[in-house]
Design a binder for this molecule. Structure first.
Ligand SMILES: C[S@@+](CC[C@H](N)C(=O)[O-])C[C@H]1O[C@@H](n2cnc3c(N)ncnc32)[C@H](O)[C@@H]1O
Length: 283
C-alpha cells in the first residue's frame, strides 16, 4: 500500500515531482530543519537529509532519540510556561518544520488566547508554516534569522501579536548550538534577555559536551554532511545563557530530567546527557 503523503508532498502535489519544488528549497543540500523532521519520524525530507541522518546514527545510534527528547523538552517547557507561569505570548526562534504537538497547539490548547510568533531561516519552514497557520490569527511565521534580532522584534507581525512591554517567552530550542563561537551565542542570548520585560522567560535547549568522545565525533559528522555547525558546548558554557535570570527548577538538565512527564521517549537512556535544556525567568 502506498504511504500517505507528507505535508510537503501535499503542499507541492504528489504528482508534481522534484522540479516543482519552490526554487528556494534546495533538494540537493541538507537542511537542519528537514533532518530534524526525519529524526522525529516526519516525511518532509529528501534523500540527502536521510543520508546525513544515517551518518549521524552510525556514530550515535540514539541520534533519533535525542531529537525526540529535544522535542519532548519543548513540549514540557510550553506546558510549564503557559499552564503554570501564565505566559500568553511566545516567540519561538528556530521553530523547525511543523510536526505533531506544535508550540501554538500546545499553548492554545491550554490558553486559546496565547499568541505565538514562529521564526526560522529555512525557506522550507516558511512554506509549511504559512500553510499550517493560514487560519490562525493569533499565530504567525517569520522567515528571519536569530542573528538579526531587530528584524524579528521590530517586524510588524511581531509588534502586532507580542506586547513587548508585557511578559513574554523566547524559545531557543536546538538553535544556539548551530552558531559558531565567532557568531557569539552568549551575546545573542544576552541581547534576547535584555529584550525581556520583568516576568519574561528564556528557554534554551542544546546538545551538550558530556565528556563522551562520540559527542565530538557527532559534531564532526554533522559539519562534514554540509549542515554547518552543531556545537557541543559544556554545561558551564551554556549556563551563561541564563546570566541574571532565575533558573526555573530543576535548572539546566538533560531533557529527560526536566520535570519528567509521561511522554518522555525511552526515559532511562544514558544518551540523554548529550542534550540539556533549561528555562530562566527575568525578575
Ligand atoms: C533542531 S531544529 C529545532 C526545532 C524546534 N525549535 C525544537 O526544539 O523542536 C533547529 C531549527 O533552527 C533553525 N535555525 C538554525 N539556525 C538558525 C538561525 N540562525 N536563524 C533562524 N533559524 C535557524 C533551523 O532551520 C531548524 O529549523
Amino acid at each position: 500500500m502506498a504511504e500517505a503523503p507528507g505535508p510537503l508532498e501535499r503542499l507541492l502535489g504528489s504528482e508534481s515531482g522534484i522540479e516543482h519544488v519552490p526554487a528556494e528549497i534546495n533538494t540537493e543540500k541538507v537542511s537542519i530543519a528537514r533532518i530534524y523532521d526525519y529524526s522525529l519520524g516526519g516525511k518532509d525530507n529528501f534523500a540527502v537529509d536521510r543520508a546525513a541522518a544515517a551518518a549521524m546514527m552510525e556514530v550515535v545510534p540514539e541520534a533519533m532519540l535525542l531529537a525526540k527528547a529535544n522535542r519532548y523538552f519543548l513540549r514540557q517547557a510550553v506546558r510549564y510556561l503557559v499552564g503554570e507561569a501564565g505566559i500568553r505570548q511566545i516567540v519561538d526562534i528556530g521553530s523547525g518544520l511543523p510536526t505533531v504537538g506544535n508550540v501554538h497547539e500546545i499553548a492554545q490548547d491550554i490558553a486559546p488566547e496565547t499568541r505565538v510568533v514562529y521564526v526560522d531561516n529555512d525557506p522550507i519552514v516558511l512554506a509549511h508554516s504559512r500553510a499550517l497557520l493560514a487560519s490562525n490569527d493569533r499565530t504567525t511565521f517569520l522567515n528571519a534569522d536569530l542573528r538579526e534580532p531587530d528584524a524579528i522584534f521590530g517586524h510588524p507581525d511581531t509588534v502586532r501579536l507580542i506586547d513587548q512591554s508585557q511578559p513574554f517567552a523566547v524559545l531557543l530550542g536546538g538553535i544556539l548550538m548551530h552558531l559558531e563561537d565567532e557568531e557569539d551565542p552568549e551575546g545573542v542570548a544576552a541581547d534576547l534577555r535584555d529584550r525581556l520585560p520583568s516576568g519574561g522567560f528564556l528557554m534554551v535547549s542544546n546538545t551538550c559536551d558530556n565528556g563522551e568522545p562520540r559527542a565530538m565525533e557527532l559534531s564532526r559528522v554533522f559539519a562534514e554532511s554540509g549542515m554547518g555547525s552543531r556545537c557541543f558546548r559544556s554545561w558551564d558554557e551554556q549556563i551563561r545563557y541564563f546570566d541574571g535570570l532565575e533558573l526555573v527548577e530543576p535548572g539546566l538538565v538533560p531533557h529527560n530530567q526536566w520535570r519528567a512527564g509521561p511522554d518522555i521517549p525511552e526515559p532511562d537512556s544514558p544518551a540523554h546527557s548529550m542534550h540539556i535544556g533549561g528555562i530562566g525567568r527575568k525578575a
